[in-house]
Design a protein around this ligand. Structure first.
Ligand code: ADP
Ligand code: MG
Length: 729
């Protein structure tokens, strides 16, 4: 009875922290040793090949075949020196995780000798028969081929004994089937628009990079307990479980002492991350029990996105050694905080200027303001797109719950910046300014403090906050591939910058001086996007009302939120900025719907099985004990005595019967609804059915089971409870 749970508990309790072996006392001595980075390239490549890769990284130029051969042989030589036997193109299909198909370096040659073969063509392109990866109907089965192609802007790395080559993944016809392809296109779009804007101020700016720092939140759970919870195993979250008497009320976990077993896990995965060149820097406890965070120093966004995926993979692998499971689900437990992945985003020029840091002079501050208002206007105009870029079945239960930003998009600026924007709004008249007005304005703008207060702690409730020198997109879910929100953000900002320039140029053409034209457009953008600025409490009900008055959208429904990606405005945006074709957008939506359906289907099946096979048999067994007890009492006592002594048990017997009946009926109804939904062909209608008819049962069934958990003998309960999952480490 309940043995799996108790065996698991015994195991979990007896675990000791593992001793971590550092490759060297100095991180710098092993940092990026598993990466074919600039330094290694210099060592293993000819000057010509090296220059070619550098140019390709910088300007996105193609690497020609001949040079590719040189690079591949250099890469192979390095990899073989490290004892590598296989290579793979490593890519991000739309499943949300990463994919790899390993091929051995060795190949039997015709004369029966084995050669180590890896030429340029294999480096540059591969054709995995990955026909089971989602394509949203973009690959007919007769052309099921998808191609992976090397992305030189993210360096190759070694994991275990495999050389991994970061790659894009496209269909036979060139449609993107992954996250990286559109991410690279969005980077190109924002780079181009940002450079053009910078040219008004500084001709030396020829490239603008996107910076991204991801704060990765996660839960840890002992693997024995995890294995005793089929719901965690199969769905990454608990589908049932009464909340623990104590969880996060006392806020005693947040920033608290890191338990030794956890600390040793952290050190261990950090070592692996360092070897792969991932600059992990920050670690701390999060709000919920057994919840933690890890943040690397920000990097160029394409690399940061790769590194985040890689980091999640490493964490899962290293966790095994420590008998932990890492949960990246956005809401693994009811009633405690969920996990996010705050994306800190900024734009940085080749001259080293962070475009969201005010500078020393009026000129640099104008540059700052031009970029700043473009972001705000982008968030305002494409709120629905931003939302669609972060919603998912998992994030649905996290967003809007009391600890996470709601589904209304707004921007937090902080007092200082709000005041500056308000001032510009009143000072710039739109009419031609007098010289003294201009001087005053410039003086004002020049007064923006160079270092703005770090707003990090005052924006906890905002989905999108300015934090002093960057924007923090806080609504992103912990399990997400960050490329999705980054593609959206890069593209909307590119579009706004482009528009900004068009407006300025128009004014200049009519004879307005450049500076004045820029100020006028800044003001125009401030006015146009005012409604999206909000510094108050985003969790409050007043904000919901206020946001509605302002005309901001508030879409709680995931399917509706996802659909924004094919709205006329979004189609126009992505095609104009050359990031997605309409076909690609439609395919993406279809894949998202499909993912939603399948995940819900799995959750519903798992819950049904657990309810019928684990929970009901347990509660009936316990009920039998009570029935025996009552029968015994009846033998010993009679009349009023019997009634008094048996009343509690009888009430419990009845409660068990009625709740068990409810569970049974609801599970059957849920199965019926699933059957009906499953025969629907169109994924969007199917998703609607699943969401409207199947999903509500998950909560209703759980509600009954969680009550049963409270009345059934603890020793009989088959599944580890919240207090065990969350507190035993
Ligand atoms: P918080 O106080 O928000 O929890 P953390 O230290 O956990 O801050 O994480 C902040 C993240 O923001 C780090 O990844 C950091 O490197 C990143 N970051 C800092 N400056 C910038 C910037 N200019 N652009 C992008 N990311 C940045
Ligand atoms: Mg943090």
């Amino acid at each position: 009875m309940g043995t799996l749970r108790f065996n698991a508990l015994e195991k979990a309790i007896s675990r000791q922290p593992l001793e971590v072996k550092f490759p060297s006392p100095k991180t710098s001595e092993y940092f990026a040793t598993n990466v074919f980075n600039k330094q290694r390239m210099q060592e293993y490549l000819s000057q010509e090949a090296f220059d070619n890769v550098m140019e390709s990284i910088d300007k996105g130029t193609k690497i020609d075949r001949r040079v590719a051969n040189q690079i591949s042989s250099g890469m192979k030589a390095w990899a073989l020196d490290k004892g590598v036997t296989h290579y793979t193109h490593w890519f991000h299909p739309l499943t949300g995780s990463t994919a790899e198909k390993h091929d051995a370096f060795f190949e039997p040659a015709t004369d029966a000798y084995v050669i180590e073969n890896f030429d340029g063509s294999k480096l540059v392109q591969q054709e995995p028969d990955a026909s089971s990866l989602p394509s949203g109907g973009m690959r007919n089965t007769f052309e099921a081929r998808g191609y992976t192609a090397w992305d030189p802007s993210s360096p190759a790395f070694v994991m275990g004994t495999t050389l991994c080559i970061p790659s894009v993944y496209v269909s036979f016809k060139g449609d993107s089937l992954d996250y990286k392809t559109p991410l690279l296109k969005s980077i190109e779009a924002v780079d181009k628009a940002a450079v053009e804007m910078c040219q008004y101020f500084d001709k030396n700016v020829t490239k603008v990079n996107v910076g991204l720092g991801c704060e990765q939140e996660y839960f840890l759970v002992d693997d024995a307990l995890f294995n005793a919870r089929p719901d965690l195993k199969l769905t990454d979250r608990t589908l049932m479980g009464h909340s623990a008497a104590k969880d996060q009320q006392l806020a005693d976990h947040y920033f608290g002492y890191i338990p030794m077993r956890v600390a040793s896990f952290m050190q261990d995965f950090e070592i692996e991350a360092y070897k792969l060149g991932i600059p992990v820097k920050t670690r701390h406890n999060e709000v919920a029990p057994n919840q933690y965070e890890c943040a690397p120093v920000y990097e160029e966004v394409n690399l940061a996105a790769d590194h985040n995926q890689l980091l999640m993979t490493i964490m899962k692998r290293v966790a095994k050694k420590h008998n932990f499971k890492v949960l990246f689900h956005e809401k693994p437990y009811k009633d405690v905080n969920g996990s996010g992945k705050h994306c800190n985003w900024s734009l940085i020029t080749n001259t080293g200027v962070n475009l969201f840091s005010p500078g020393k002079t009026p000129k640099t501050n104008m540059l700052f303001l031009a970029f700043f208002v473009s972001v705000i206007k982008g968030v305002y105009e494409y709120q629905d797109l931003l939302r669609s870029s972060i919603v998912s079945l998992g994030n649905e239960s996290r967003l809007g719950a009391s600890e996470a930003p709601p589904s209304i998009m707004s921007v937090f600026l902080g007092e200082e910046v709000n005041r500056i924007l308000d001032e510009i709004e009143t000072r710039v008249s739109g009419k031609k300014m007098s010289p003294s007005e201009k001087t005053e304005l410039k003086l004002d703008v020049g007064k923006i403090p160079e270092i703005l207060p770090d707003n990090t702690d005052r924006n906890r409730t905002s989905p999108f906050a300015f934090t002093g020198n960057r924007f923090e997109f806080r609504a992103v879910g912990s399990g997400a591939n960050v490329s999705s929100p980054m593609i959206a953000l890069n593209t909307i900002v590119a579009k706004q910058l482009k528009e900004f320039k068009i407006e300025v140029d128009k004014l200049i053409e009519t004879g307005v001086k450049k500076d004045e034209a820029i100020f006028q457009v800044i003001k125009k953008f401030i006015l146009a996007s005012k409604k999206v600025r909000f510094d108050g409490n985003n969790y409050s009900d007043e904000w919901k009302k206020e946001a509605e008055k302002r005309g901001l959208t508030n879409v709680n429904d995931v399917l509706e939120a996802l659909s924004a990606i094919v709205s006329p405005e979004v189609r126009a945006l992505f095609t104009e900025m050359k990031v997605f074709s309409e076909r690609e957008l439609e395919a993406r939506l279809e894949i998202d719907f499909e993912k939603y359906n399948k995940k819900l289907q799995i959750e519903s099946r798992v819950l049904g099985d657990l309810a019928i096979n684990h929970i009901l048999p347990t509660v009936y067994r316990y009920q039998n004990i009570l029935i025996e007890n009552v029968k015994g009492l009846k033998e010993l006592f009679n009349g009023a005595d019997y009634e008094k002594l048996s009343s509690t048990q009888l009430a419990t017997i009845k409660e068990i019967s009625s709740r068990a009946a409810m569970v049974n009926i609801k599970v059957n109804n849920m199965i019926d609804e699933r059957r009906k939904a499953n025969v629907i062909e169109e994924v969007d209608i199917k998703a609607r059915e699943y969401s409207a008819k199947v999903k509500p049962y998950l909560d209703e069934i759980r509600y009954q089971i969680d009550h049963l958990e409270m009345i059934v003998d603890d020793e009989m309960w088959p599944l580890p409870k919240y207090r065990e999952l969350l507190f035993i480490r």
